[in-house]
Design a protein around this ligand. Structure first.
Ligand code: NAP
Length: 317
């Protein structure tokens, strides 16, 4: 079996940046993209804080630019899901997908994070029938309807603002009396007449018939409980890292984020990680891209340092 020089797992901004840099370093990278290219940003309505794009662009447009850029320098992209990895025993590493088994001298992991669930009754039951984690994907279905947004961070406010294009009203339910979102988004939200806020309140249950009809909420200060009628519940309460695949193989912190060195190396030499899979703090497209460029350069140097040991292996070109 041929051995790849580098396999990149994941195809969000970090994965496609790692692909661009390793392609330009002549490593002929193989990106295993998952079912769909782009990661979380591809579902973002508008990215307004990525330098160099003063007019903003949609997440999907951004991913398309990243893809074209990586492929222009020779990155190969396979649409498949990684089901198993074996990093024990050093390079070459094994990466299995649903259809193939690959071997690689180095791996860059950029599988990102997924939206957290509230974990309340009714949530799982009504996913796709009024419960959503993506305003950009599902907002259209709520034209002329009322929705609530749960959360107080940038995602909740940004997606809530997007939802005002469709919904008659967007009530933001936040567990505190102060938003976590940045000042710019906060101001925009406060100036949008379709948006309102329900402070110090948590959702205890999502109720409905064949679709969502309301939420049972509780004021955490007064203990008062009430039911609010609504057609949609959009949940934006943060993310968890998609690291289950690497359990027992790579070191993780208590929240499941991969532990990386200042050279972006995971706990196994030759395995690198970038973006939200190892970053619980910054989580911006710009920071993920920067981390991925660093990971790709570190990976390139690591391969150069180990060239002699790797020479006996049959490397795919
Ligand atoms: P986040 O910043 O972690 O905010 C999560 C929000 O959900 C917080 O307001 C939190 O409340 C609330 N929350 C958490 N668990 C909850 C629970 N069980 N029940 C009710 N509420 C809960 O997550 P995010 O908004 O997805 O943002 C993630 C990162 O992406 C951030 O770094 C953010 O800056 C970045 N981002 C940036 C942009 C942008 O710059 N345009 C857009 C989207 C995301 P507390 O505030 O009380 O903790």
């Amino acid at each position: 079996m041929a051995v790849e020089k580098v396999i990149i797992i994941g195809s969000g901004p970090a994965g496609l940046t790692a692909a661009l840099y390793t392609a330009r370093a002549d490593l002929n990278p193989l990106v295993i993209a998952g079912d769909q290219i782009g990661g979380q940003v591809s579902l973002t309505a508008e990215v307004e804080n990525y330098p160099g794009f003063p007019d903003g662009l949609t997440g999907a447009e951004m991913v398309e630019q990243f893809r074209q850029h990586a492929e222009r320098f020779g990155a190969r992209i396979e649409y498949d899901l990684v089901t198993e990895v074996d990093f024990t025993g050093g390079a070459p590493f094994t990466v299995k997908t649903s259809s193939k088994t690959y071997r690689a001298l180095s791996v860059i992991i950029t599988v990102g994070a997924s939206p957290r669930r509230l974990g309340v009754p009714g949530e799982e039951e009504y996913i796709g029938r009024g419960v959503s984690y993506c305003g950009t994907c599902d907002g259209f279905f709520f034209r002329g309807k009322d929705v609530v947004v749960v959360g107080g961070g940038d995602s909740a406010i940004e997606e809530g603002l997007f939802l005002t294009k469709f919904a008659t009203g967007v009530r933001v339910i936040h567990r505190r009396d102060e938003l976590r979102a940045g000042a710019f988004l906060q101001n925009r939200a406060r100036n949008n007449e379709k948006m309102s806020f329900i402070w110090d309140t948590v959702v205890d249950e999502i109720v409905g018939d064949d679709r969502v009809t309301g939420v049972k909420v509780r004021n955490v200060k007064t203990g008062e409980v009430e039911q609010l009628d609504t057609d949609g519940v959009f949940i934006f309460i943060g993310h968890y890292p998609n690291s289950a695949l690497f359990e027992g193989q790579l070191e993780m912190d208590a929240q499941g984020y991969l532990v990386t060195s200042d050279r972006m190396q995971a706990s196994v030499p030759g395995v690198f990680a970038a973006g939200e899979i190892q970053d619980s703090i910054w989580r911006q497209v710009a920071t993920s891209v920067g981390q991925a460029a660093a990971a790709a350069i570190a990976c390139t140097r690591w391969l150069e340092e180990h060239e002699e040991e790797h020479e006996k292996l049959v490397v795919s070109t």
